[in-house]
Design a protein around this ligand. Sequence first.
Ligand SMILES: NC(=O)c1ccc[n+]([C@@H]2O[C@H](COP(=O)([O-])OP(=O)(O)OC[C@H]3O[C@@H](n4cnc5c(N)ncnc54)[C@H](O)[C@@H]3O)[C@@H](O)[C@H]2O)c1
Ligand SMILES: O=C(O)C(=O)C[C@]1(C(=O)O)C=C[C@@H](O)C=C1
Length: 291
Amino acid sequence: MFNKICIIGVGLMGGSIARAARQYGLSQTIVGFGRDDDLTNLQTAQNLGVIDEHYTDIARALANADCIVLATPVGAIESVFASLKPFWDEKAIYTDVGSTKGSVISAAERIFGSVPDNLVPAHPIAGAEQSGVVASLDDMFVNKRVIITPTNATRPDGVQIMRMFWERLGAQVAIMDAAHHDAILAATSHLPHIVAFALVDMLGHKDEQSEIFKYAAGGFRDFTRIASSDPTMWRDICVANKNEIIPLIQQLKIELGKIESLLDSNDNQQLFNTFTYAGKARQRFLDLFEN
Ligand SMILES: NC(=O)c1ccc[n+]([C@@H]2O[C@H](COP(=O)([O-])OP(=O)(O)OC[C@H]3O[C@@H](n4cnc5c(N)ncnc54)[C@H](O)[C@@H]3O)[C@@H](O)[C@H]2O)c1
Ligand SMILES: O=C(O)C(=O)C[C@]1(C(=O)O)C=C[C@@H](O)C=C1
């Protein structure tokens, strides 16, 4: 499919794309680019056989690449576009895996004046709380969804090629506009991460006095897994999508207030109804997730 894929940021996602593309024979060569600080990680990626070569020099990394994948935290994407600009190749496809799409598209607008027609913004809805290439997986995208968010400028043939690429990695592809993507993901990915971070932040401070974690078990572990996620990645996501996230935090505060008043007024029936409704709603999610 490609002669040379260049991954910018060979971490969990960049490494998993490289592994899967190699497994399915989608590129003759796969190289990684990172900053000087990323050298050890890049060497690890090459030693693990995830990439063929690694570079901290962008011109050398990009030479003859026909697919460039941006897989850095979303806060770094604008500076990555700036470093790609002098070498921008009209014949190559550029894509990204950022968790927020409006911010990536507006970063491209700021750097290029308008969004390049060969940039195909995308977001694989797959991942983990771990980071770095050592956590990357060959089968990260199998049976997972990938959302592609083309702009009005995006070339349809570029979207088609990236759709085929993700489908060859085992994913189901959906196409939607970036604003819709950001509204949806704020609710089901960004808000839950914020709630997990907030809960563990609050309880962590309590634990320093009262050892409450000692008696925490499966429920706490399940609920808080995502609070172990990378703080840089999540700071960048929250900042980039705050206009969608803040109204959801306000709604959640109202919901918690409702439960507080039900407890306060001993409205046990309504409390039961709320929990029953939530259980049924979660079953709808499970039915969709598992099919
Ligand atoms: N982790 C997930 O579950 C998940 C899922 C879907 C999408 N994403 C998105 O994928 C992207 C990467 O996330 P990840 O989990 O792979 O993170 P990661 O920390 O594992 O990898 C990011 C890599 O980018 C490198 N990097 C950072 N700034 C850079 C720069 N300016 N130039 C070059 N390299 C740079 C880091 O050193 C690191 O190797 C993020 O935008 C994230 O929002 C993550
Ligand atoms: O499973 C996890 O640990 C994840 O956080 C994955 C997850 C999510 O489901 O929220 C996180 C961020 C993404 O952009 C996509 C997927």
